[in-house]
Structure formats: C-alpha cells, structure tokens
Design a protein around this ligand. Structure first.
Ligand code: MV4
Length: 498
C-alpha cells in the first residue's frame, strides 16, 4: 500500500465536506461527484475537481456505481471515500472499487457482506464471546419449533428480518395466540422489502438504551475501541441527540462492552472505522445487535472526546499504516453532545420542511462545532436527507456541555423553514435527559406537539413589537430593528419551554 494522492468522495453535503477537509490537511487532492440538484453545493465548490454524475434522484446519481467508478478513472483518483448512506455499505461497490485498483476507504467487502446480514453477523460472533439477546440464530423454517422457542424465551418476543436493520423489518409479538400470523406477515414483508424472507426471533427488551462503540482496525490485525456513544434519543429510528460518554456506563461495563465490540470486529477480520451497536436493558445487561460498517453521522462526538480525526485515521489505515495508538493510550476527555438540525417541522409530525435558508447564522465560541453543507440563501434540496447541520458541543462535564448546547441553540439563527432546533432544546431542558435516566422511548413518552404553545408568526411579531415598545417607553412607535430581531429569535427558540 502506498500514499493516497487523490480521493474521490462518493457523497454530498456535510460529510463530503468533512472528508475533503481532512484530505486537504494531508495534502491529498479531492474530487467531488454531484447530481444536477447539487450544482451549487458547497462540496462541489470545495473540491479540487467536480464531476457531474446524473439527475437529482439518488438512484440516477449517488447510487450509480458505474458512474462513480468512471468519474474516479477520469479524474485519476487513487481512492474512494463513500461517506455514510448511499453506497457506503454496499459490498458490491467496495469490491468493484478494489477490483479497479482503487483503495476503498473503509472495511473489506467481505466484512460489509457479513455484517449486512444479521444472521451472518450472529454466526460470525458465535465463537467470540459476544453477548446476544436470547433467541434464535438460524433462519426460521419451522413455525411450530419457533413457537416452542418463543415460549421458552418468554413473551413479548421480536421477529426480525435478517436483511433488515435500523428498525426495518421488526415485529413485536405479545403472546402465543398471534405468533403464527405475525410470523407469516414478517416473512412476506421481508421477502418483498429485502428479497430475502429469512427471519429470526429474539426476546423483546422493553426499555432499551442504544449504546454503540466506535471501533477502529488497521490492516495489520490491530483493533481498538474509541469508547461509546449514547444514542437513545431517537424518533422513529432516526437519531436526534448523541453523546459521549454515556452517563450510565461504569468503567467496568465500558471495558466489558469495549472488549465485546473489539471481538465483533475480530470475528469478521475488520479494518478501518466501524460501529458496534448494543442494546442495554434497565439492569445494565448489554447485547450485541448489529455492526455498521461505515463512518457514522455521529462520529464527531467521538472525535471531541478522544481528540482524534477519524477521517484522517481512515485514510492512513487505507494507506496501510499501523494504528498509531494502543488501547491503553486512549482515554476520554470531557463530554460531547451532538444534535441533528433537520429541516422538519416538529409541530407538524416532523414533516420535512424543505425550502430556502433565508437567514442562516451559526453559533460560535469555545467548544462549539458545526458540521454543515449549507450557507445563507441556499435551498435544502427535496431529493435527499433533510439534515441541515450537526451541532456539536464539547465541555469538561455533561452539565457544562448541555448548558453550552442550549446557548448554541439559542444563538443559531435559521429562518425560511422550520427546524428541529427548538425540539432539541426541549430535550436538553428535560428532566429525564438532564438526569441521564432515559431510554429509546424518550420522544414518545415525553414529547407532544401540544407542548408547543407558540403564537403564530404574526402574533410573535406583535408581542415582540409590544414588548420592545413598552421597554422603550414609546407608545405606538416601531421598535428598533435590533430589538425586533433579537426578540423574535428568542421566541422562536424558546417555544418548547415548559
Ligand atoms: C431490539 C429491541 C428490543 N429487543 N431488539 C431497533 C433498531 C435496530 N437496530 C434494533 N432495534 C431494536 N432491537 C430486541 N431484542 C428494540 C429495538 C429498538 C431500538 C433500538 C435502538 C434504538 C432505538 C430503538 C427504538 C425502537 C426499538
């Protein structure tokens, strides 16, 4: 393996920029690929070269292996970074990249393939001392036999599709009465959704926390973990808040989980960055669920607490370098939080609210990081994920990180569309979040759109104007522009209070 000179980034938005920044710091040239919807995007402007690969729909652009390989050849790239989403966990893509003599900045195609199937993953880790949720580890072919196992495990149980993931293809069965019917439905759903009807059953953990471990391997067989991320604050399997470290892990549990995570990675000969996902029950028992064979959206919280640049490490590992640290040289520094700012309307069932960023001003200051792919005046395209930005805060303690996050949310000014900023502020201020005592049902248990008592935009303006008028002691005159703007921002951001 030799030094990489030019990387094609097979992605868009904030993660494409994130990857290119690290590449440039390493004197590596970058090539952007883009769809017709992304002509004006920042990743296109930031790259040394940019190649148009097709119309806006992902299936005709960012998911086209042939076009991306052609762009890599045309530009003389020697490596491809897939980012997250799109082709990042497609083993055919990883294999093709390597067959074309290019470096894939990620794990082997074989690792992706094994971990892409939950049953193959369970089979791989079987001899590696990794705790699994009680259940079956073979595809169910005999419903009668499966029902007996379900009765032994105890209801409720969960039917999962082997080819599923991220919450897709799961079915809860409350008792034996509906077992056969639910099983038939699960198989037929899995067949039509994934083209693979293999399902298995697990005991249903009713109040799980989602805790994942960042692992990193080099191509010389060294694997370390970079501690955990707590991602229990989710909405319909979409993460909303992530943090590191978790406030429930003791050093002993952290060690045990970290060792299990490394064993999962060893079971498939893993190298490069990966994430091992566990669920934890209310008694702090943990179980391996699945492995994500990519750099994750929430990787910045790990970067903040370890001080490492994960993209730089990914590139070095792809170049064949040894991992520069031993496990005992790594430690946790402070506490980091990340919120995902989506162009979605929390008052309206989180419906995407795409449009133009009329004003867009990022928060600043010590311990604040914003990873985004937009500037004021740009449109959030309708074709892709509506995430505007990730806001990351790092401080000495969890409480200080939360306070910093609230300050940053209040100073983040986005107008022109609705965002999840206020919703994230609601989470930050909630007693259950503050105490650290929450699980994956946080949003459904605590968040109700009725909690939003925001006056309509006009009313907010009137209240703001009135307040400013009273403060100024001038009856009927217009408030100063600065006072108006400030008051309206406060209104917008504080609407979830209470
Ligand atoms: C579970 C579970 C309870 N028991 N497995 C959802 C996403 C996928 N990665 C696995 N998931 C779950 N698997 C058993 N045996 C509950 C979930 C689950 C969940 C897990 C992590 C984060 C959020 C979640 C929300 C609902 C259900």
């Amino acid at each position: 393996m030799s030094k990489i000179k030019k990387i094609l980034v097979a992605n868009r938005g904030e993660i494409a920029l994130r990857i290119m920044r690290s590449a440039h710091e390493m004197d590596i040239k970058t090539v952007a690929v883009y769809s017709e919807a992304d002509r004006q995007s920042l990743h296109v402007r930031y790259a040394d070269e940019a190649i148009l690969i097709g119309p806006p729909p992902s299936a005709e652009s960012y998911l086209r292996i042939d076009k991306i390989i052609a762009a890599a050849k045309q530009s003389g790239s020697d490596a491809i970074h897939p980012g997250y989403g799109f082709l990042s966990e497609n083993e055919l893509f990883a294999r093709r990249v390597e067959e074309e003599g290019l470096a894939f900045i990620g794990p082997s195609a074989k690792s992706i393939e094994i971990m892409g199937s939950k049953l193959a993953a369970k089979a791989a880790v079987a001899k590696f001392n990794v705790p699994l949720v009680p259940g079956t580890s073979e595809p169910i072919d005999d419903i009668g036999k499966a029902k007996k196992i379900a009765a032994e495990i105890g209801y409720p149980i969960l039917i999962k599709a082997s080819a599923g993931g991220g919450g897709k293809g799961m079915r809860i069965v409350e008792d034996g009465k509906s077992f056969e019917e639910q099983m038939e439905r699960a198989v037929s759903e899995a067949t039509s959704a994934f083209g693979d009807g293999s399902v298995f059953i697990e005991k249903y953990i009713t109040k799980p926390r989602h805790i994942e471990f960042q692992i990193f391997g080099d191509k010389h067989g060294n694997i370390v973990h970079l501690f955990e991320r707590e991602c229990s604050i989710q909405r319909r399997h979409q993460k909303v808040v992530e943090e590191a470290p978790s406030s429930v892990l003791t050093p002993d549990i952290r060690n045990a989980m970290g060792t299990a995570a490394i064993n999962v990675a060893k079971s498939c000969g893993y190298y490069n960055a990966g994430t091992v996902e566990f669920i934890m029950d209310d008694k702090l028992n943990f179980y391996f669920l699945e492995m994500n064979t990519r750099l994750q959206v929430e990787h910045p919280v790990t970067e903040e607490i370890t001080g490492l640049d994960l993209v730089q490490l990914q590139i070095k590992v792809a170049e064949g370098e040894r991992f520069p640290f031993r496990q005992d040289e790594l430690s946790i520094h402070g506490h980091a939080l990340e919120i995902r700012v989506y162009a979605e309307d929390p008052a309206n069932n989180f419906l995407p609210d795409i449009g133009t960023l009329k004003t867009y001003t990022r928060p600043q200051g010590h311990g604040i990081r914003v990873d985004d792919g937009f500037e004021q005046g740009m449109d959030i395209p309708f074709y892709y994920d509506p995430m505007i930005a990730k806001l990351i805060c790092h401080a000495d303690t969890r409480d200080a990180a939360i306070r910093k996050m609230i300050r940053a949310i209040d100073e983040y000014e986005i107008t022109g569309l609705e965002t999840t900023l206020g919703f994230c502020r609601f989470v930050m201020e909630h007693e259950a979040f503050r105490s650290g005592n929450f699980d994956t049902r946080f949003v459904e248990n605590f968040f109700k759109p009725e909690a939003i008592k925001e006056p309509g935009d006009n009313e907010a303006w009137i209240s703001a104007a009135l307040a400013a008028t009273l403060l100024n002691g001038k009856n009927g005159s217009h408030p100063e522009p600065a006072a108006r703007a400030e008051t309206s921002v406060k209104w917008r951001n504080r609407r979830f209070e209470g």
